[in-house]
Design a binder for this molecule. Structure first.
Ligand SMILES: Cc1ncc(COP(=O)(O)O)c(C=O)c1O
Length: 476
């Protein structure tokens, strides 16, 4: 029998906080009949967000095309849905049960190039667009492609989405932390990037790429065009590739802010040397189709011989699942004004995004009113990264600890806080240490995806819990 000692040590070292111990405990409690408010993961449809009608109607016809010829089909499906399904079947006659090209179905890649051109007003090449099973698969592809030596390093934001820290461990690469500035709406600072790369190089690391998440997870921050330009210049100066994680591009709520893609800013800067990998997904935005595992990766500034290796790598996994490719197509080519489905589609989309914006405000405002807690009202994405203060037990002085001791102490504190919160209130959030945080600070990450009533309940329960938790620590 395979023993734990036989398991790949790189896998043993990897952590993925958003599905860790606290979630397992939440599931146990739920089985015992306790109500759990799951705020640990950005999984919209698990939290009662409805799928868009247009997407599901087309998928049903494509999974069972005979439906289109049934009497009465025209009463169930709008005419543009039937037209679109027929068009897709013509372009992909093998249907959903057949492997596709490794890069994905060609007409879908062309539609995505059109989507990027429409979004950014820049040219896009469908021969540099690859369909992936969610953004996660795209990120893994890049790590396989670029990790070559034991000292290859990836710059990742702190706090970060743990896909990046876990991939670094899995692929045997080195991690280069750059801290986002909590005091400045989690902004990205050029001096901090220089500090972190300088320290890494001093430690013998060879930096190969920088990952940027925009809008941010877990921070909810939206990067300015200027910030993005700064990262591109930084990458050029240090010979880095860029991984631009743009899965939350439709989730921008703050007035006056807008999403800028790395591809657009790079094009405007006339940058032709820095290799860019941009990721997008059907999991987030307003589709929330996490379970369909669809998405794409667009590559810029990559020679043909390297691109051929990317294709070879994808071909080793054959292709992305076809339903995921189809949902990605529908994300890139939604119904247009004049189409029979357009009105309902626009209404459903508007309701989902409007609701998220409202809930971001309720959560941010409510938590800020709790003494000892502070959070930036999320500008985008689906999360708030909430700072909280706890008194230290008598005789404990974190300043006197080594960095490793302090890290252990603080990780234990935010984890215990989140576990007690779960056990006391049924609210399931993720400890900040799973995403990384500056020494001396404690956080948790919560989504604002649950229904509005649950968010209001969460804020009320959180307040009571925090006050009593702090009081108990003071008594101890
Ligand atoms: C920043 C970020 N990137 C990537 C992903 C993975 O998404 P996908 O479902 O497309 O693999 C997530 C999921 O939460 C995320 O938050």
């Amino acid at each position: 029998m395979v023993k734990l000692s036989d398991v790949n040590s790189k896998l043993l070292k990897a952590h993925y906080a958003v599905r860790g111990k606290i979630v397992i405990r939440a599931q146990e409690m739920e089985e015992q009949g306790k109500k759990i408010i799951y705020c640990n993961i950005g999984n919209p449809q698990a939290l009662r967000q409805k799928p868009l009608t247009f997407v599901r109607q087309i998928l049903s016809l494509l999974e069972y095309p005979a439906l289109m010829d049934q009497p009465g089909a025209d009463k169930i499906f709008p005419a543009d849905v039937i037209r679109r399904a027929r068009m897709i079947l013509e372009k992909n006659p093998a249907g959903t049960g057949a492997y596709t090209q490794s890069a994905g179905i060609p007409f879908i890649r062309k539609a995505i190039a059109g989507f990027i051109e429409g979004r950014d007003g820049i040219p896009a090449d469908h021969n540099r667009i690859l369909l992936t099973e969610g953004a996660s698969k795209g990120v893994h592809t890049v790590f396989t492609l670029l990790t070559n030596k034991d000292n290859d390093g990836y710059m990742i934001p702190i706090p970060q989405y743990p896909l990046y820290s876990a991939a670094i461990e899995l692929y045997g690469a080195r991690r280069i932390n750059y801290f986002l500035d909590e005091g400045n709406h989690w902004g990205l600072d050029g001096a901090e990037l220089e500090r972190s790369i300088e320290e890494a190089v001093k430690n013998g690391i060879d930096p190969v790429a920088i990952a940027v998440i925009n809008p941010g997870n877990p921070t909810g921050a939206v990067l300015s065009r200027k910030n993005i330009g700064m990262v591109i210049r930084f990458a050029k100066k240090h010979g880095l590739a860029i991984l631009a994680d743009e899965v939350y591009q439709d989730n921008v709520y703050a007035e006056g802010l807008e999403f800028h893609s790395f591809a657009k800013v790079m094009h405007e800067l006339g940058e032709k040397e820095v290799t860019l990998f941009s990721f997008h997904s059907v999991s987030k935005g307003f589709l929330g189709e996490c379970g369909h595992r669809g998405g794409y990766m667009e590559i810029r500034n990559m020679p043909d011989d390297v691109y051929a290796e990317v294709i070879k790598l994808l071909s080793i996994g054959l292709c992305a699942n076809v339903d995921g490719q189809l949902v990605t197509y529908l994300m890139a080519a939604p119904p247009q004004p004049g189409d029979e489905s357009y009105e309902l589609y626009a209404k459903e989309k508007g309701a989902i995004l409007g609701d998220l914006k409202e809930k971001a405000g309720i959560l941010g405002k409510g938590l800020n009113e709790i003494e000892g807690m502070s959070v930036d009202v999320p500008e985008g994405a689906m999360y708030a990264f909430v700072k909280f203060d706890l008194p230290h037990p008598k005789g404990v002085d974190p300043e006197a600890m080594t960095p490793a001791e302090r890290h252990k102490y603080e990780t234990a504190r935010d984890s215990k806080y989140c576990l007690r919160l779960l056990e006391g209130t049924g609210i399931c959030v993720v400890p900040g240490s799973g995403f990384g945080q500056r020494p001396g600070t404690l956080h948790f990450r919560t989504t604002f995806l649950p229904p509005k009533e649950d968010i209001l309940e969460l804020v009320g329960k959180m307040k009571k819990f925090h006050v009593s938790y702090v009081a108990k620590l003071l008594e101890a």
